[in-house]
Design a protein around this ligand. Structure first.
Ligand code: DAH
Length: 326
């Protein structure tokens, strides 16, 4: 018995299963009806009862190892593709190359165009606390944005929420840097909304400038530059008075395109304003010395306008038939 098992081990160690024929021979010699394992089984059966346990487990181990070797070799042979290497002048096999998501493309384009006029990128966490997202930005205690219906709060952690805008990065930046400050903060934001023009996750890019003698006119010039660079010259721009707790005065900016009948179709693309002195004070910046402006642009909306995407949800489904177009 011992000799036979050694012989099986030796042959298995030497086996080199590189072809179908090798596999067949291996099967015939070792695994088959007249193979070595079968002979070992016959011998095993004839052993006196007391010796059986000693050899039984070794026999079983060899059997399953041989079966596995054989199967693995067959599987591997099945996946080998024959390549036409004999003609190296043939064109190569095309590899599928992905592309950047349209939102990433728009975000990169915006970052680049603001970089060109001296804005650096600032970042902040997507899981924010109430102070950075609301209080420091001058939101009153009972503001509707603080309602569960508008904001995703963390269960069991009263002070944790998914940031509803990138404006909290203004606070983090003002606390960490001394003026002059000139930053943009692109990133993901979250709100309890879901329809063709609202997604529970979307993207904004925040701008913040703090310096001495900063005025509304400076801000307008930067925003005109942004529209020119991003949309081209064929767009009209208008500012409408608005309200945000963290800016005073505040405005919203629309861009408009002339329709064939001559009328202009307006679309809101950002909020902006001069940083409220209360916000500067919350960040230990003296409003008597410094002033600033801020703006928040919706990236998804820009992507929808630029590529004429009718439903925001298309941007989040990751359907390659949609994504391939960009
Ligand atoms: N945080 C505002 C929002 O999400 C957008 C915004 C408005 C940002 C005015 C600003 C700003 O920086 O000055 O609706």
């Amino acid at each position: 018995m011992e000799k036979l098992l050694q012989e099986i081990s030796r042959r298995m160690a030497q086996a080199d299963l590189k072809s179908k024929a090798d596999c067949e021979e291996f099967k015939r010699e070792i695994l088959g009806k007249n193979g070595l394992l079968q002979s070992a089984m016959d011998e095993f059966r004839a052993l006196p009862g007391a010796e059986k346990p000693k050899w039984g487990s070794e026999l079983n181990r060899l059997k399953s190892q041989a079966t596995e070797m054989h199967q693995q070799a067959l599987d591997q042979l099945a996946t080998v593709v024959t390549l036409p290497w004999d003609d190296i002048t043939l064109p190569s096999i095309p590899l599928p190359v992905g592309s950047l998501h349209p939102l990433t493309q728009v975000e990169n384009e915006l970052t680049a165009l603001f970089n060109r006029i001296g804005f650096r990128v600032a970042t902040g966490p997507e899981i924010e606390d109430d102070w950075h997202n609301f209080t420091a930005l001058n939101f009153p205690e009972n503001h509707p944005a603080r309602d569960m219906q508008d904001t995703f709060f963390m269960q069991g952690q009263a002070d944790r929420l998914l940031r509803t805008h990138t404006s909290g990065v203004q606070i983090r930046t003002m606390l960490n840097q001394k003026p002059p400050i000139r930053v943009i903060a692109p990133g993901r934001v979250y709100r309890c909304d879901n329809d063709a023009t609202h997604s529970p996750v979307f993207h904004q890019i925040e701008g913040l400038v703090i310096d001495t003698d900063v005025s509304f006119a400076h801000m307008k010039e930067v925003l005109y530059y942004f529209v020119d660079q991003f949309f081209g010259k064929d767009f009209e721009v208008r500012f409408r008075p608005s309200f945000f707790p963290f800016t005073e005065p505040s405005a919203e900016m629309d861009i408009g395109r002339k329709k064939p009948d001559g009328e202009i179709a307006w679309m809101e693309i950002l909020g902006c304003g001069l940083v409220d002195p209360a916000v500067l004070e919350n960040c230990n910046i003296d409003p008597e010395v410094y002033s600033g402006y801020a703006f928040g642009i919706g990236i998804d909306r820009l992507a929808m306008l630029k590529y004429q995407i009718p439903d925001i949800r298309l941007l989040y489904e990751n359907d390659v038939r949609f994504l391939r177009q960009f």
